[in-house]
Design a protein around this ligand. Structure first.
Ligand code: SF4
Length: 483
């Protein structure tokens, strides 16, 4: 992640977790949320399903609040979350107001029995579905898309939960990776395009009698499984509904309508942790490949390659490898900023950048430098970085970006500014270069990105497996907004 993230980065909006089959379900969920904290820092929650007096009677135990995982949970709060199954969610969102009732997982006990849900993504037809549900008498507790699933499930109950989910999948459009918890089972559901990742894992532990049993996990990214000491089993397929019941092998059902795969190309560029793997790719290796392709497309006359930390680092390594130039740490990030007090007399924006990043003069002085970042959103941060590098003595600064120019907003679960605030939607690359004050500026091409993502040579955006809509405006679904 780069500096001034709150203003000048695209932001993933959620991470989800589901656990079933262990008395430690809430604790495993908590650890997983830690590993997924990069997917949302505004709020988090855990809902567990435990017994309520007699073993036949169950109830949800819930803790949801604004704040980071280590601010919201502690040992005592986790101990209250009883049960052998749990869901977790981390959230950053612009869809829906910042209020308690919007924090997930959502849990309901009613005609459906006990059902809880955690959702990553955004629906592109949420407005019309919500309107018709409300006209039909549904009362919403929150202002976020995710609650729509619960109301649709309640209105379309069938004998088997999978059938109800299939009907809901017929109705909703857009991005959804879901973990759903019922009285008996954990379900993992991924939309037919597969925009957001969703991964299955398991680990074996002993029950109270010393017998082995499998604990199953559904997580947004595999890095959470590593922290749990769990085995990576596989990705949930686009359009797949996986039912997991303790003591049995998972059972798969699929959405009735098949749709072209459209994995979010920004997950490998920036959102996902580099130690995760999904979409059939290692995020780390893909970022290095992006760097190599970028160097082939846009080499530069340089002495040294540096990254904008942290997300630019693997891309810079690939760029330097291809250019056969040293990769150095030219910018150091302070990870411990918090809410530092800044005197009113200081230029706050400029000073905030200096708080977060500092240039290493010995690496930069008198050198021609390639500085690598993953993306440019508003460009406000890049201007300051380039000025900082020049102040540290860099002779020339060539900026290289590991994504194509971002020209369109995302409607699939990523917070993007309005189009007019995306620098590349209004300016040519030459104009951007002049504004940033770089000696040269180059972006990865769309074709280069597809190659780095392992797409076949000569493939088109239409046939490719990746969504590229924020680079070309070709949205894989109808979007009910002006683009
Ligand atoms: S529009 Fe961009 S950020 Fe959104 S899903 Fe597509 S590639 Fe990802």
């Amino acid at each position: 992640m780069s500096l001034d993230d709150s203003q000048d980065k695209l932001r993933e909006e959620c991470g989800v977790v589901g656990v079933i089959g262990s008395e430690n379900a809430a604790y495993y969920t908590y650890l997983s949320l830690y590993a997924l904290q990069h997917r949302g820092q505004e709020a988090c929650g855990i809902v567990s399903l435990g017994v309520n007096g007699s073993p036949e009677s169950k109830r949800f135990y819930t803790r949801r609040a604004h704040g980071l995982v280590d601010e919201v949970f502690n040992e005592a709060r986790l101990a209250e979350l009883e049960g052998v199954s749990a869901l977790g969610h981390v959230r950053y969102s612009t869809h829906g107001e910042k209020r308690e009732s919007n924090i997930q997982p959502f849990s309901f006990s009613g005609s459906l029995g006990h059902v809880a849900i955690a959702h990553n993504g955004n629906l592109t037809n949420a407005g019309s579905i919500r309107k018709s549900l409300e006209e039909d008498g549904s009362v919403f507790r929150s202002t976020v898309d995710s609650e729509i699933f619960i109301h649709l499930l309640a209105k379309n109950q069938r004998r088997r939960m999978e059938e109800s989910i299939q009907i809901v999948m017929d109705k909703v459009e857009g991005a959804y990776s879901l973990a759903i918890l019922t009285q008996d089972a954990l379900y993992a559901v991924r939309d037919p395009h597969g925009f957001r990742p969703l991964v299955l894992g398991k680990k074996t532990e002993k029950d109270a009698n010393g017998n082995s049993k499998d604990v199953w996990f559904v997580v947004s990214e595999s890095c959470a499984l590593d922290l749990l000491g769990a085995e990576y089993v596989r990705e949930v397929e686009p359009g797949e509904i996986v039912r997991i019941i303790p003591g049995k092998e998972p059972v798969s059902t699929f959405a009735r309508e098949k749709k072209p795969h459209k994995f979010c190309s920004f997950e490998p560029i920036y959102f996902s942790r580099p130690d995760s793997k999904h979409f059939g790719l290692s995020m780390y290796e893909t970022r290095k490949k992006i760097g190599r392709v970028l160097a082939k497309e846009s080499p530069s006359q340089i002495d040294v390659v540096i990254a904008v930390p942290d997300s630019g680092v693997p891309i810079a390594m690939g760029y330097g490898e291809q250019m056969q130039k040293p990769v150095e740490i030219g910018l150091v990030r302070n990870h411990y900023i918090g809410r530092t007090f800044i005197q009113p007399t200081q230029d706050k924006r400029e000073f905030r950048v200096r708080l977060k990043l500092n240039a290493v003069t010995s690496v930069l002085a008198g050198k021609s430098v390639a500085v690598i970042d993953d993306s440019i959103v508003r460009g406000t941060t890049s201007v300051k970085i380039i000025r900082m590098l020049r102040d540290a003595g860099a002779k020339q600064v060539h900026m290289r970006i590991g994504s194509p120019p971002i020209t369109h907003s995302c409607f699939y679960g990523v917070d993007t500014p309005d189009r007019e605030n995306l620098m590349a939607s209004k300016h040519s690359i030459q104009q951007m270069c002049e504004h940033l004050g770089a000696d040269s500026l180059a972006f990865l091409s769309q074709d280069g990105l597809m190659r780095a993502l392992g797409e076949k040579a000569g493939g088109s955006e239409e046939t490719g497996r990746f969504c590229m809509a924020c680079f070309n405006g070709k949205y894989p679904t109808d979007v009910q907004v002006n683009t």
